[in-house]
Design a protein around this ligand. Structure first.
Ligand SMILES: [Zn+2]
Length: 487
């Protein structure tokens, strides 16, 4: 691998490495993510006089939650001032709202700053750009549900920041420098995170291998050959490989330390199956392309995902009123990038539903909080039967607990006054048994039972499908063909 790199590239990587805080966290610390966050606060204290002034201290001392919030507010003020100077979008929007960075002193003051709508970003991404074109090192595109692509711009420093947070997250999952990360995203996903992960590992000094093969023998062979210790990939893709490979291999003998499930929600049913098969913890990761992907990851406690709060400020709001909600209450996640320079987003609506869990965590994390496992996007929720709000994760839990079920899709329509639910399930095993078990799992759900009892649902339809040769990620697990449904 080294011989293919030019001397120039090698020097660039070596230089980049010196800038990563994650490289300065020792391999043996109990909680690498915690150490890394602390290090970043200390760096800011050293380098930024405004932060020292805001804290009113000449020595930092212990970083408790109060100090940490002061750090976040300091960075938030700086970002507000920065975007007001450099982005057309924020210049206009914040001037109209009368935003003054210096007036933001407590978390409650964040209310003075208007929310950013994803539709605005999709409509005119260049209005968000804060640097000259020549400083843009990379552009990410993300397809929104509205159809229009959102574009995000990252500078070289932004990319280093992302790499640093990816490395810190991988270390927190247990990956050490001499161990291999197995990167497992199918080649068919529209935007492939493999490249980003691979180069992040290279710069951070971690070993990795990209394997997008649908063929499970090939997957297991590569893991054995490379001595894989941690897997990261698309949840449904890893699950597919798990179900098909465990029939032929003793997956526990590979000695994995952890599996990181990315890009799709991880249901508890799938988690149980995978932990059983591989004999290691299965951790959920939450990333938004708009925020540079690495935003939150579960610790081994599995009671929520630790947010990279050194680089992101997370709030939970009531999606209808826009009001900030207290910790523990469920609402929509709103993200602010505290570090990016290319096209940073402030108070950006994610449409994802979750709640905030303040520190400490039994894993040893004392300063940063967690989000509960996101339930899914607000616009992915639908209503059936009695008008109960349903997230796809409800059906994930029900269907994926059936042994052999790999994937599913639900089409809802309304041929008469009743809703009709048609499930197509990709399944490995005896089809008739599978169909019966899926049917039992679905009809035991209260939401479906109530709908049937009240004559608001047509009888549930379950169609079983053989395991396909290819893998198709379900971009939309629920397709709603109804003209309208009652809100
Ligand atoms: Zn924890």
């Amino acid at each position: 691998m080294g011989s293919r790199m030019s001397i120039k590239t090698r020097i660039a990587i070596a230089y980049a490495r010196t800038k990563l805080s994650s490289r300065k966290v020792s391999e043996d610390v109990e909680n690498p993510l915690h150490e890394w966050v602390q290090l970043k606060v200390r760096n800011t204290f050293k380098q930024d006089e405004d932060f020292r002034k805001a804290l009113g201290r000449s020595k930092l001392g212990e970083i408790d939650r109060a100090v940490f919030e002061e750090y976040q507010l300091h960075r938030f003020r700086k970002q507000v001032a920065y975007v007001m100077e450099n982005s057309y979008y924020y210049q206009r929007k914040y001037a109209e709202a009368g935003v003054v960075p210096e007036r933001i002193r407590t978390m409650e003051d964040l209310d003075q700053v208007p929310l950013t709508e994803p539709a605005d970003l999709a409509e005119e991404p260049f209005l968000f750009l804060c640097v000259s074109q020549s400083r843009i090192a990379r552009t990410f595109s993300t397809s929104g549900t509205s159809g229009k692509n959102k574009r995000l711009f990252y500078t070289r420093e932004d990319l280093l920041n992302i790499i640093d947070s990816i490395a810190a997250a991988l270390r927190s999952a247990g990956l050490k420098s001499n161990e291999t990360l197995h990167i497992m995203f199918p080649a068919v996903v529209a935007w492939d995170p493999s490249l980003m992960l691979e180069s992040a590992c290279k710069v951070a000094g971690l070993k990795s291998v990209v394997c997008s093969e649908v063929d499970v023998d090939e997957q297991v062979r590569v893991m054995r050959e490379r001595g894989t210790r941690v897997i990261i990939g698309l949840t449904s893709f890893i699950y597919r490989v798990t179900v098909l490979a465990r029939e032929r291999y003793d997956l526990r003998s590979l000695g994995l330390k952890a599996i990181i499930c990315s890009s799709e929600p991880l249901s508890e049913a799938v988690r149980r199956e995978m932990e059983e098969a591989w004999g290691c913890k299965c951790l959920s990761q939450y990333g938004m392309t708009e925020m540079g992907l690495a935003t939150a990851i579960e610790c081994h406690e599995q009671t929520g995902l630790h947010i990279n709060e050194a680089d992101f400020l997370v709030e939970v709001i009531d999606p209808d009123s826009g009001k900030r909600l207290p910790p523990g209450e469920e609402g929509e996640l709103v993200w602010t990038s505290l570090s990016f320079q290319g096209s940073p987003l402030l108070r950006y609506r994610s449409y994802d539903i979750s709640h905030y869990i303040p520190p400490p965590c039994p894993c040893g994390h004392l300063t940063v909080g967690k989000i509960g496992k996101p339930k899914g996007r607000r616009d992915a929720a639908t209503k059936i039967g009695l008008g109960e709000r349903i997230f796809p994760v409800l059906f994930d839990e029900a269907i994926m607990q059936v042994k052999g079920a790999l994937n599913y899709q639900l089409v809802i329509d309304k041929p008469s006054f009743r809703d009709r639910l048609h499930f197509t399930v990709e399944y490995s095993g005896d089809m008739e048994r599978g169909r019966r078990e899926v049917m039992e799992a679905l009809t035991s759900l209260d939401e479906i039972k109530n709908g049937l009892d009240n004559d608001l649902l047509e009888p549930i339809e379950v169609e079983m499908r053989e395991v396909s040769k290819d893998f198709t990620p379900k971009m939309k697990p629920i397709i709603d063909r109804r003209q309208s449904y009652d809100n």
